[in-house]
Design a protein around this ligand. Structure first.
Ligand SMILES: Nc1ncnc2c1ncn2[C@@H]1O[C@H](COP(=O)(O)OP(=O)(O)OP(=O)(O)O)[C@@H](O)[C@H]1O
Ligand SMILES: [Mg+2]
Length: 585
């Protein structure tokens, strides 16, 4: 049976696993690293993904795209997008057609959806696993933050489909980490409540679950913030450095993308150093106007800068506990995942809150790999590759789904209910001769509908004319195992299905957008192949030149340099140089 992969598509790093010899293998990238930067750069016609894109970031500031997971499935006007815009060193604009975000590569005026950046990363993960297994891989489970709303999930799903993947399931990152935790060999299954504290690069998730002695994982509550993680701590440090530089040298670098990119990379490193050292230096030669920037930062300063964000994490833990109806003391194990849980202050705050000496007993779980390991297991259970299924997963509705009712939020699918689930609601005409009924769907927990996230607008059209209230429809709201919503309706007069139409711009553009993305993926693949072919031709010719050079052909030396400097290579150029090399032979 063909293998299936599990992908943790992270804000800053992504990780992929495949099931082999009864365990999840994490797949190394071309550099042997087990996590790959979620960074994509566009240079000429080629698209670089991962470490290569990160390494060339300085040279391609405006063409290096990171943090796209913070933009995906969001509307441009959302405050989180506007906040990030200040720190991003590439350009984003409003996509008027979808109201979402578009990423602009200024050089060639190309525009990308955030989905396309995720697509390129997922495509790389697919390729890495194909190289590793020597098989074509199609099936995948992809993880998303538990607090991602339905629109964000749909966007990730689209990106995966466009990357040529068959999405077996979209699961929540902390749930996936819980599965990895349950799979630990030294972790004998016994009934316990576990809290997963997942603080990554871009998002924070907290999940409370119960693992029964039969191996059933029941998610009891989730909470989190899709805009809280390592990138925010980096941004706090960057802002601090910008202020210090302004104060010391009187130079404002807040609009200088090159300086900001250098600060961003230096601050991430400083932050990581501060997890193991008490203090560290940031030292950037000629940051702006020929002026150097040097600063010493200690742990206390860093903690101080980020304190409000650290406190926010604990508030989410409190909210999750309330939702789960458990007390602090009821939590048996606390599992830390995500790179940012290496920050000592975070660990201290969690220990303090729970009054514990230690967070997890005798069990080690890899904070960078746990999510991909759980996803790989679930992918292969679904695929039938794992016969003795020791763990079964029961997930829940993460955030309530409902409709607008006179400015208030009327909940239809309440948070914490187990999924898959469906609920029905009756709609009827309210005016004489009304021919359509509209309803707007929101997600969140606020009483006022406007404070929640707007998802979609639907309509039932071409309604037979009649008296107010005469025409009635039963609408079914169904949330599937991927936490994606389906809406259908029947006409109660004749019990026949009626079409429910999407009305808002964001959703309507969906099909078109998908077609465009799949087309671009094919073009990209063709370009990649062409590029590989041209490299092959170029190297073959250089090899021939070397052979000729060794046999005393004087032209060979000059030709080697000429060929080396050729940016794009093709068969015509090959033939031309070939003739030059061998004369009229
Ligand atoms: N030693 C360390 N100290 C502090 N932070 C660290 C350390 N090591 C890694 N990090 C941070 O962890 C973050 C990456 O963590 P991780 O790979 O779990 O996130 P992600 O999966 O990319 O993001 P998300 O899950 O939020 O989408 C980065 O911000 C990185 O700087
Ligand atoms: Mg993560």
């Amino acid at each position: 049976m063909s293998k299936a992969i599990g992908i943790d598509l992270g804000t800053t790093y992504s990780c992929v696993g495949v099931w082999m010899n009864d365990q999840a293998d994490i797949i190394p990238n071309e550099l042997g690293k087990r996590i790959t930067p979620s960074i994509v750069s566009f240079i000429d016609k080629t698209v670089a993904v991962g470490q290569q894109a990160k390494d060339s970031a300085f040279k391609n500031i405006k063409k290096t795209i990171y943090d796209s997971k913070r933009l995906i499935g969001r509307k441009y006007e959302e405050k989180e997008v506007q906040r990030d815009k200040k720190y991003l060193t590439y350009d984003i604009e409003k996509n008027n057609e979808t109201e979402g975000v578009k990423i602009i590569i200024s050089e060639n005026k190309k525009e990308y959806y955030p989905e396309e950046i995720s697509q390129a990363i997922l495509s790389k993960m697919k390729k890495m696993s194909e190289n590793y297994t020597n098989e074509e891989i199609k099936d995948a489970v992809i993880t998303v933050p538990a607090y991602f709303n339905e629109r964000q999930r749909q966007a990730i799903r689209d990106a995966a489909v466009a990357a040529g993947l068959n999405v077996l399931r979209i699961i929540n990152e902390p749930t996936s980490a819980a599965v990895a935790f349950g799979l630990q060999k030294n972790n004998t299954l016994q009934d316990k409540n576990v809290l997963i504290f997942d603080l990554g690069g871009g998002t924070f998730d907290v999940s409370i679950l119960n693992i029964s002695n039969e191996g059933i994982i029941i998610i009891k509550a989730i909470d989190g913030d899709t805009h809280l993680g390592g990138e925010d701590f980096d941004n706090k440090l960057v802002q601090y450095c910008i202020n210090e530089f302004q104060e010391e040298k009187g130079i404002d670098v807040s609009k200088n993308d090159r300086a900001k990119m250098r600060l961003k990379i230096a601050c991430e490193k400083a932050k990581q150093d501060l997890s193991s050292m008490e203090e560290t230096d940031i030292d950037l030669e000629s940051l702006a106007n020929g002026e150097d920037f040097e600063i010493n930062i200690n742990r206390a300063k860093f903690n101080d800068l980020c304190n409000s964000l650290f406190t926010k994490c604990i508030s989410c833990v409190k909210k999750a506990l309330e939702k789960s109806k458990l007390k602090k003391e009821d939590i048996d194990d606390i599992v830390l995942v995500g790179g940012s849980t290496r920050i000592p202050k975070i660990q201290e705050k969690v220990k303090q809150f729970f009054n514990r000496e230690k967070l997890i007993k005798n069990i080690s779980i890899h904070p960078d790999e746990a999510v991909a390991i759980g996803a790989t297991y679930i992918a292969n259970v679904i695929k039938g590759n794992i016969k003795d299924e020791s763990l079964i997963l029961l997930d829940i509705v993460g955030q309530s789904i409902g409709i607008e009712n006179n400015g208030k939020f009327e909940i239809i699918l309440k948070h914490n209910l187990p999924i898959p689930i469906s609920k029905e609601k009756e709609f009827s005409t309210t005016k004489d001769n009304q021919t359509s009924i509209n309803f707007k769907i929101y997600q969140g927990e606020n009483e006022n509908v406007k404070d929640n996230v707007f998802l979609k607008e639907y309509s039932i059209d071409n309604i037979e004319k009649g008296k107010a209230g005469e025409m009635k429809f039963k609408v079914t709201f169904e949330m599937n195992v991927n936490s994606i919503l389906n809406v259908k309706a029947i006409n109660l007069k004749n019990n026949k299905d009626v079409q429910v139409n999407l009305k808002d711009k964001y959703s309507m553009k969906h099909e078109e957008k998908m077609k465009e993305m799949i087309k671009k993926e094919e073009e990209r693949k063709k370009n990649e192949e062409k590029n590989e072919d041209s490299i092959k031709l170029k190297y073959e010719l250089i090899y021939l030149c070397f052979q000729e050079k060794n046999q005393g052909n004087k032209k060979a030396d000059i030709l080697i340099n000429k060929i080396k400097n050729e940016k794009s290579f093709n068969k015509e150029k090959y033939d031309k140089f070939f003739k030059e090399l061998y004369g009229k032979k």
